[in-house]
Design a protein around this ligand. Structure first.
Ligand code: ADP
Ligand code: ASP
Ligand code: MG
Length: 466
């Protein structure tokens, strides 16, 4: 078999965990399977680099660059000591070179007090630039030949949308050309989260982007399966941090996984399902800390699941924009004007709902885009096209996901009755035409309660048939 395995930040968080990663890979290597590996930065490192980058461009005092570099050095060297003692010197030298690049960049940014999207992407890719050599060394320590490639070397080519790179079609042949020959006699370790433009400028794929790197590489090399190793047993009925009774789903369809990741289930990157779906490659989500658990398998829907609703997600960091005004009734082109104004300002619209009276259009946007969105719509009020525009940051969105909802009557009745009885006020409802998802908006403080009420009402903690 040809397998692509991705290990997330917690799975490579320290030397002991990296040894566990090798424990997982070793038997597959010995059985003669072809293995490609994609890795994240050690847990927390990307956040720390982002914080440091912000500090060096804003701080008035001398920023703490040196202590930061020292702390990164200690953490990665300690991991090397535990997982690859024989490579302390060789890999240590590589780490030193990267740390020195990082220090120079922080100093440059500090001098300029400027952080462009392009330099930001390069600097935040350093978490993976530091973790991957350690993981390669740990494999070699156990006699497994390995090479390391950054995202660009692996052929991951993206749009120039820094911080949110989208992989472009020409990547596929490049990745195949670069990775396939390596699989014969080594286990390539590819740095996740990053790629480059066709001109070779480093880009990142959005937070949690290593999942996306994994499916892009897995699809390009024609992997039989893609395994996403993380710190929970699989995709669960909801975020286990919100509902203790959340259960692991044995299987979900590509479509369901896509809806869940679009609507905030942090377990997978939103763009990561599509590359595998296009090639029909199954994705398994598994727990590095509990490898014998079968995890969740994401595949094409084979049969109609008995269970109608599969999972719930909860999204914060969003805002509700209400566009009101009877002037909209029966007037063509108002919706177009609204969404064009938002698109012109690059506001990402996450949910839309329009009342049948046409007097109101509600839109959910990312919180960071709220001010820009409200500002973009102001001219329409001045021109008398709409009466007013309000923006409310105090909201959360909840999505109910399950392919079984298609054509099944009564689900929304159950959902909204349960919420009503629990005293949760609904501010907006939206159902995608795919019917795989019903989402609604509540006051931010009501979000966790809404999720708990529905988890109970829909009996999601009970055994499921997949
Ligand atoms: P990794 O570093 O391995 O990529 P992440 O932290 O990105 O791991 O994703 C795993 C986390 O996602 C879990 O620890 C869990 O708290 C969170 N999570 C949110 N929603 C879900 C869900 N529906 N199923 C499983 N985990 C979820
Ligand atoms: N290290 C990156 C992040 O923290 C990518 C990833 O972990 O998937 O977002
Ligand atoms: Mg992740």
């Amino acid at each position: 078999m040809r397998l692509l395995m991705k290990f997330g930040g917690t799975s490579v968080g320290d030397g002991d965990r990296i040894r566990k990663v090798v424990d997982i890979l070793e038997p597959y290597h010995e059985e003669g399977h072809e293995l490609g590996v994609v890795v994240s930065a050690m847990s927390g490192v990307t956040n720390q680099i982002i914080e440091m980058a912000n500090e060096v461009v804003t701080c008035k005092e001398k920023p703490g660059i040196e202590p930061f570099i020292t702390q990164l050095r200690e953490r990665h060297r300690k991991a090397l000591e535990v997982a690859a003692p024989d490579y302390l010197e060789e890999t240590g030298r590589i780490l030193e070179g990267r740390l020195s690049d990082l220090r120079n960049m922080f100093m440059g940014l500090n001098n300029l007090r400027e952080l462009t999207p392009r330099s930001r992407d390069y600097i935040i890719s350093f978490g993976e630039r530091l973790s991957a050599p350690v993981i390669r060394a740990a494999l070699r320590q156990r006699g497994i030949p390995s090479v390391v490639l950054d995202g660009c070397e692996a052929g991951i080519t993206t749009t120039a949308t820094h911080g949110d790179g989208i992989v472009i079609p020409e990547s596929e042949a490049k990745i195949r050309g670069r990775i396939l020959p390596l699989l014969q006699d080594s286990v390539p370790v590819i740095m996740g989260y990053m790629g480059c433009t066709p001109q070779g400028i480093t880009t990142t794929l959005g937070r949690s982007g290593s999942d996306y790197s994994a499916t892009v590489v897995g699809a390009a090399i024609g992997a039989d399966e893609i395994w996403i190793w993380t710190d929970v047993d699989g995709i669960m009925t909801t975020d286990p941090r919100l509902v203790r009774e959340a259960r692991v789903l044995p299987s979900v369809s590509y479509l369901e996984a896509m809806e869940l990741s679009f609507f905030g289930a942090k377990v997978m990157h939103p763009r990561s399902i599509e590359p595998a779906m296009r090639k029909g490659i199954p994705i398994r989500v598994k727990n590095t800390f509990n490898p014998s658990h079968p995890g969740t398998c994401i595949t094409k829907e084979k049969r109609r699941a008995r269970r109608v609703v599969k999972a719930l997600t909860h999204i914060t960091g969003v805002a509700l924009i209400n566009v009101n005004g009877a002037q909209m009734i029966g007037r063509p082109g108002v919706a177009r004007a609204i969404f064009t104004a938002l698109a012109d300002k690059e506001v990402n619209v996450m949910m839309i709902s329009q009342g049948s009276s046409e007097a109101n259009i509600s839109i959910i946007v990312e919180l960071d885009h709220m001010e820009i969105a409200a500002e973009a719509l102001k001219p329409m009020v001045q021109q008398g096209i709409v009466r007013d525009v309000t923006a409310n940051p105090d909201v959360a969105a909840v999505a109910v996901v399950g392919a079984g909802m298609i054509g099944t009557p009564g689900i929304s009745g159950r959902i909204f009755t349960a919420l009503g009885l629990a005293g949760v006020n609904i501010m907006m409802i939206s159902q995608g035409s795919s019917e795989v998802n019903i989402s609604f908006v509540v006051k931010e403080s009501d979000g966790p309660k809404a999720v708990r009420v529905l988890h109970e009402e829909l009996r999601l903690s009970e055994e499921q048939d997949g």
